[in-house]
Design a protein around this ligand. Structure first.
Ligand SMILES: Nc1ncnc2c1ncn2[C@@H]1O[C@H](COP(=O)(O)OP(=O)(O)OP(=O)(O)O)[C@@H](O)[C@H]1O
Ligand SMILES: [Mg+2]
Length: 274
């Protein structure tokens, strides 16, 4: 079964899109280097802001006919083919493909109210084409909205990026609870919490160091930490250039940290597939 990673946290600006795009690119690169028969990765952008779409495709003005919005509005029978038709190549790597977001997704939730099976309008068609990919990575918007529930219902692995700031970590338990609620309450047993990813860590900031230590020693959350990404200016320069962090500066601290995380994910995938 193709692993479908979802980057989720209802807090804004915690590094969801940065992580989704760089994990997706990193998976493609590592799988290719490892000689995998299929190293294709699909990035699905469910956020109407379209940041992941913009940096990986160079534009974010996808609309009624060529985006995730199109898939959500499609007739159920036709949706898998519509989804396949809306996928575009990324500018980052020929094996990294993108299902683009659209500003129209902003109104999609309202349009889907009362539509039978609305929360499954991404999961159902995606499950029909996912086996063409080695992995799928879903970026979500900063809210517990229907769009985010759609992302969670389509996923097998949730990664929760969090900044080492007090109020961010206070909200962390509610993200974990939301994921558990989707798994148990919505009967989606394949969804597991892959890990908490600490982002933008600056060890020079006393509060960051303190919160990291507190999280690491937390009886539940501590065991879930899957990586630590340092605060690194190179990340914003990479965004500005519409490049992955690996292409912008393979030696910078954020590149090394994302490479370590991706390596870990690939090893887990290999173990699960063995
Ligand atoms: N490791 C990092 N070091 C420095 N800046 C970072 C790092 N990761 C992300 N950023 C910056 O933080 C900002 C938010 O990042 P990003 O867009 O990935 O977060 P997000 O969770 O997707 O935000 P939103 O909730 O709005 O979708 C961006 O300006 C990005 O350049
Ligand atoms: Mg984002």
């Amino acid at each position: 079964m193709t692993r479908v990673f979802v980057l989720t946290n209802h807090k804004g600006g915690v590094g969801k899109s940065t992580s989704a795009t760089n994990i997706a690119f990193g998976l493609t690169a590592v799988l290719r280097r490892a000689g995998a028969s299929n190293s294709r990765v699909l990035l699905v952008d469910t956020d109407s802001q379209g940041h992941a779409t913009l940096v990986t495709t160079g534009r974010n003005n996808y609309g009624a006919d060529d985006s995730l919005y199109t898939v959500l509005m499609a007739d159920r029978q036709a949706a898998p083919q519509v989804l396949a038709n809306c996928i575009v190549p990324s500018t980052w790597d020929e094996n990294l493909h993108v299902l683009p977001a659209s500003p129209m997704l902003e109104g999609a939730e309202r349009e889907l109210i009362g539509v039978a099976g609305a929360p499954y309008r991404l999961a159902d068609p995606l499950s029909r084409i996912a086996n063409q990919y080695a992995a799928v990575v879903i970026d979500t918007r900063p809210s517990f909205s229907l769009m985010t529930e759609m992302g969670l219902l389509a996923a097998t692995d949730a990664i929760v990026p969090v900044e080492p700031r007090y109020l961010e970590t206070v909200g962390l338990m509610s993200v974990i609870n939301k994921i558990n609620e989707v798994r148990e309450g919505w009967r989606h047993p394949n969804l597991r919490i892959s890990g908490i990813l600490i982002t933008k860590l600056d060890m020079r900031v006393r509060g960051h160091k303190h919160l990291l230590e507190e999280l690491q020693s937390h009886s539940i959350l501590g065991k879930l930490i899957c990586g630590v990404i340092p605060a690194n200016e190179a990340v914003s320069y990479a965004h500005h250039n519409h490049q992955s962090i690996f292409a912008y500066d393979p030696q910078c601290p954020a590149s090394k940290a994302y490479a370590q995380l991706v390596g870990q994910l690939v090893r887990q995938m290999a173990k699960a597939g063995a």
